[in-house]
Design a protein around this ligand. Structure first.
Ligand SMILES: [Zn+2]
Length: 239
């Protein structure tokens, strides 16, 4: 419904904060910049990257807002967070630019977001998303971490705690497919689903500064696997 054309036109008319008008560029300056970006003349690589990042973050913010209002998965998790005493204001889920090195870590299973426990906030990496579905599963993944933090007071330096939350977040968010069956009440997980959850959990735990190596992460994930994989809260509360 709302595509990129609406976001680019609205940014001009909003005019942001009237008090800061002296520091914001004039309409002419903005127009001149726009021409420069279109033609590529007089634009440094840095300026081009900055412009791209701003655009990506604006798109990310818009998708986030829509998902927080309409996605059954996201609204379900937000509702259960609220019921558990953890209200998540819209501003606590924000889009920003992430250092690809910090995010990638484990190659193909890169996270496009992160949960910041001390602030009760979720950062979404604006430039990392393939599509809206990807934003949705990323928000859901981080909301499950937030739910665990809210309900169980997770110690993120404790690898068993971290592993348990990663198993749940990867299994329940849709990061690994076949999750829809679970939400419909079929609890027979496919082998691929389990392998995917395990692999992604190991990558995340390996990235924990308290984890010495991948072998340790693998061992810890295996140790907590049975109890954490079968713990599908809050989804099992549907029935
Ligand atoms: Zn995670």
């Amino acid at each position: 419904m709302s595509d990129s054309s609406t976001s680019s036109s609205s940014s001009g008319s909003n005019g942001s904060d009237p008090n800061s008008s002296s520091s914001t560029p004039s309409a002419f300056e903005r127009w001149r910049k726009k021409v420069m970006f279109v033609t590529g003349i007089g634009v440094t690589h840095e300026e081009r990257m900055q412009d791209l990042q701003q655009l990506q973050n604006r798109r990310c913010e818009q998708m986030k807002k829509e998902l927080m209002d309409t996605s059954p998965l996201v609204t379900f998790l937000l509702r259960h967070l609220r019921l558990s005493g953890c209200q998540v204001p819209e501003s606590n889920i924000f889009c920003g630019t992430c250092d690809p090195q910090a995010v990638v870590g484990g190659g193909s299973v890169a996270h496009a977001g992160g949960f910041i426990p001390e602030h009760g906030a979720i950062k979404l990496c604006g430039g990392m998303f393939f599509n809206k579905k990807h934003v949705e599963t990323t928000i859901a993944h981080e909301l499950i971490h937030m739910y665990d933090q809210c309900k169980f007071k997770v110690d993120w330096k404790n690898l068993r705690h971290h592993a348990c939350s990663e198993i749940r977040a990867n299994s329940l968010s849709g990061d690994c497919r076949y999750t829809r069956e679970l939400r419909r009440g079929f609890v027979a997980f496919s082998k691929q689903h389990q392998a995917c959850v395990r692999r992604r959990a190991i990558v995340s735990v390996t990235a924990n500064p308290a984890c010495p190596d991948e072998a340790t992460a693998e061992r810890v994930v295996n140790e907590v696997w049975e109890s954490c994989f079968s713990d599908t809260r809050p989804f099992d509360e549907i029935y």
